[in-house]
Design a protein. Structure first.
Length: 393
């Protein structure tokens, strides 16, 4: 690891301290904590009889669902496939059955809106040095014990402060602030699928890019529909253990692996993140197995980010991930054959930079969200002319 000189130290300090300025916050998050079991299988259950008595302004009929007997419905957006009797609320908290019709309660009412550096998503191979208009509504189809945004992900739509911002309003704001991309992020975009896809279609018509920042827990049919208007994604691969997915995240592994395969076959640029939670996801053999699966099914060119865990939510007594673990996993992944591996949530210069996989020259230097060095010529390395995978221009 190289020693920081004074110039680089000042660059790095400015990047981190200035992140609040580069991310224009429109309003704060509300704080609502939900009860989640810390042991065993923590997959969520349907909220019986918890639907509102009447629809509110931000209700919209579900995009993909099936009507069943006795006015029951089944949501087919994610693998939870919630079966709801009249008056029930879904696992993600954002869908309800009202008189035999499935409604989403998160259409046009985001609880978080910011303008972020694209690198924050993290997306390192998608239009560096640009900004993303980032939106989220309440709700999530997982129950992660380590959730970083539990104040909104584990809340119901009416429990958070929100603003009215319909798809056309989002596009107006994007064009007004001259941001080339929209990121559906922070909580779980799959739970506000109807709002996301209508916004994404309008964005595509207006030459704006669409970015999915997600846990990847979605069924193939809605994902294929989304891929028609999707330009990039970052999907969190929590681990390569179904048991850990059940105990730590409240989901299953295979649907997430299927999502990666679908994005790959549809030609969508994506990057992968793995949050290294001590005691859960810091097993070296499992990381090797994960890298081998990536290489066999997706190839070596999709960037992989190992992220540092910090104590949050239900795991607030665990220690942060040691930096040495992240550095070791990065080297392990590169030794296995993955070409672009990064370290996130930690100050480690080499693990934040992009190097040509052919000639090994430094191409993109990152100091926080500042990029002092950029040596790509279009999509090619300036030194050896190798094509660098990503969406650069």
């Amino acid at each position: 690891m190289k020693k920081l000189n004074r110039r680089h130290f000042l660059f790095c300090s400015a990047a981190y301290l200035g992140s609040a300025a580069t991310a224009k916050a429109f309003w704060p998050l509300a704080i609502t904590k939900s009860a989640v079991s810390a042991t065993g299988d923590i997959r969520g259950k349907v909220f019986k009889g918890d639907a509102p008595k009447k629809m509110w302004e931000w209700s919209h009929e579900g995009f993909l669902y099936k009507k069943l007997e006795n006015n029951k419905v089944r949501c087919d957006i994610c693998p939870n496939r919630c079966k709801l009797s009249p008056g029930d609320r879904s696992v993600c908290r954002s869908k309800v059955n009202m008189d035999g019709i499935l409604y989403t309660l998160t259409y046009g009412n985001p609880c978080s809106v910011n303008i972020d550096p694209i690198e924050k998503k993290p997306l390192f191979h998608f239009k560096p040095r640009t900004k993303a208009f980032s939106i989220a509504t309440a709700g999530c189809n997982f129950r992660c014990l380590n959730c970083q945004n539990w104040e909104i992900s584990q809340a119901k739509p009416h429990e958070v402060r929100h603003r009215e911002l319909y798809p056309a309003d989002v596009i107006d704001a994007v064009l007004r602030y001259d941001t080339p991309s929209i990121a559906y992020t922070y909580s779980e975009p799959i739970t506000f699928f109807e709002y996301m896809i209508d916004t994404a279609r309008l964005a595509r018509e207006n030459g704006v890019h669409n970015l999915l920042i997600s846990n990847g827990y979605i069924n193939r049919k809605p994902l294929l529909e989304l891929c028609k208007v999707l330009d990039g994604a970052n999907v969190n691969l929590k681990s390569l253990s179904d048991d850990i997915y059940r105990k730590l995240n409240g989901g299953r592994l295979q649907p997430v692996l299927n999502t990666f395969k679908t994005l790959h076959e549809q030609g969508v640029h994506f990057e992968m993140t793995n949050l290294v939670v001590p005691g859960y996801v810091d097993d070296e053999d499992m990381v090797k197995k994960m890298c081998q699966w990536i290489l066999e099914n997706l190839g070596p060119n999709y960037p992989l980010h190992f992220l540092r865990f910090f104590p949050k939510y239900k795991l607030d007594r665990l220690p942060p991930t040691p930096l040495s673990t992240l550095i070791r996993f990065r080297q392990l992944a590169m030794d296995e054959g993955i070409r672009y591996v990064y370290v996130g949530n930690a100050s480690y210069r080499e693990g934040n930079n992009t190097y040509c996989h052919n000639c090994k020259k430094l191409l993109i230097e990152r100091l926080g969200y500042i990029i002092p060095t950029y040596d790509l010529d279009g999509e090619r390395c300036k030194y050896c002319r190798t094509v660098i995978p990503g969406r650069w221009t």
